[in-house]
Write a new protein. Structure first.
Lengths: 290, 159
């Protein structure tokens, strides 16, 4: 049926109605933290759509994983074996050094570094919205994921857990506009913050005085201040320093060391309570399993 | 909505939603056309009695949930953009496909600018020219989507 005279409210009324709805939603979502649970429900409501949109990519990765030549596999296997040999040798050294370090720390009566648990997660989907850099991972509250948990890839810090669902959670990346990471320069220990710029290959460092000794190529690692990220993990490499005296602060940009644009496997860290290797053993072996 | 094969409309909108969240290489990601906007504009021009601002707002809302942006941003932008189409659908209908493509370009640009303004209002987003790249791909895409959806509409006799 195609009526000549239209019924129902006029477009103007409809527009005003939906704009009011939008304003209310923006207000509630932006200002109220309790709205997160609603988002959780909505997230699980649309997850079939997300799964279907992800299917072609999953198929391609599956095909790429399965269609490799025997030579390739053998070469990879050999490389892994060589690497493992190297790592196992290093691990033995590490155990000794760790023990020695803890004993020295005990002598200095400084608190003992806490044991860190790790969990491996894979990426379910990446948001294509240029204003929010978030990814969805396949671990949720059932696996012990909690809000604010630091997330890494094999190179460095990727971000932290933003929302936890039952079987999936959202991770906000360090390049997102709304987040910052407390860091220090590895070379000399100068403390800074790294704020996201909304660009996937750039972090911005605000409020750095001109006198700060920072050079292009410096590695920036987490400082452990703020208590969110454990200390000493690589975050970014400085790519641009401009000490223009006309400005109030130096302009410094860096590039994340994590491969933010090609993430696939992620590592979730969770800090246990401080345990010494001299303390009665509970479960320090299970912590290393993913 | 569901009479006269109206389910096909919903189906096409769902495919558009999926296309707008499908993972793509980073190099092409900035050029992702506004699938949802294009499909909505087509149905609004073809069947303005079925597709209206409320539909557009709901699609924008779903886009918000899927993209993880603050709820209501894409919804408001989509509703405002579609309002222009709804008010002028009889004029736009009579243009040739290429003229319509140019109008789609203007609409897509407006849509992205509204999204940017709202984001700017909420967080300190900085404008990058790459936010407007989808306008170009949307213009190129319109004639093909138009022809395809017109064929679909005639084949299924959607009224």
């Amino acid at each position: 049926m195609n009526p000549i005279f239209k019924h129902g409210p006029s477009p103007q009324h409809r527009l005003v109605l939906v704009l009011c709805c939008s304003i209310a939603l923006i207000f509630f979502d932006h200002k109220m933290a309790s709205f997160d649970t609603v988002r959780g429900y909505l997230q699980s409501l649309v997850s079939p759509l997300q799964f279907m949109a992800n299917a072609p990519k999953q198929m391609i990765t599956w095909a790429a994983d399965n269609l490799v030549t025997r030579q390739q596999l053998m070469a990879e296997n050999q490389a892994y074996q060589e690497k493992e040999l190297l790592f196992s040798e290093q691990k033995k050294q590490l155990a000794i050094i760790k023990q020695e370090n803890e004993r020295l720390r005990l002598l200095l009566s400084s608190p003992i570094r806490s044991e860190i648990k790790r969990m491996v997660a894979t990426i379910l989907s990446v948001d294509s919205d240029p204003y929010s850099h978030q990814v969805v991972i396949n671990r949720g509250a059932e696996d012990g994921v909690y809000e604010g948990q630091p997330v890494l890839d094999e190179e460095g810090i990727v971000g932290q857990v933003l929302l936890v669902g039952a079987h999936s959670s959202r991770v906000i990346l360090i390049t997102d506009l709304t987040v910052a990471v407390p860091i220090r320069v590895q070379r000399n220990g100068i403390r800074l913050t790294a704020s996201g710029s909304g660009r996937i290959d750039r972090l911005v460092h605000n409020f750095v005085p001109h006198s700060a000794d920072i050079q292009v190529g410096d590695l920036l690692v987490t400082s452990g201040l703020g208590g969110k990220y454990p200390e000493g993990y690589p975050v970014a490499k400085v790519i641009y320093v401009k000490a223009d005296e006309s400005g109030e602060f130096a302009t410094i940009y860096s590039e994340p060391v994590a491969k933010i644009d090609r993430l696939r496997y992620l590592l979730l860290l969770s800090e246990d309570k401080a345990t010494s290797i001299f303390a009665p053993k509970k479960s320090n072996v299970t912590g290393d399993k993913s | 909505m569901f009479s006269h094969n109206g389910i096909i409309i919903i189906f096409s909108l769902l495919i558009a939603l999926m296309a707008s969240i499908m993972p793509m290489p980073l190099a092409f990601d900035a050029f992702r056309p506004d699938w949802v906007l294009i499909v909505l504009v087509y149905w609004c021009l073809a069947l303005p009695s079925k597709i209206n601002i409320i539909t557009a707002w709901l699609m924008g809302f779903l886009l918000d949930v899927l993209l993880g942006s603050t709820l209501g941003i894409h919804a408001a932008a989509m509703a405002l953009t579609m309002y222009i189409v709804v008010v002028n659908f009889q004029k736009i209908r009579n243009f040739s496909v290429w003229q319509q493509a140019l109008i789609i370009g203007v609409l897509a640009a407006l849509y992205h600018l509204i999204v940017f303004w709202l984001q700017r209002f909420l967080s300190d987003a900085v404008f990058l020219p790459s936010y407007l790249y989808p306008v170009i791909t949307s213009i190129i895409l319109w004639p093909w989507v138009f022809l395809l959806l017109r064929r679909v509409r005639r084949h299924f006799k959607i009224k």
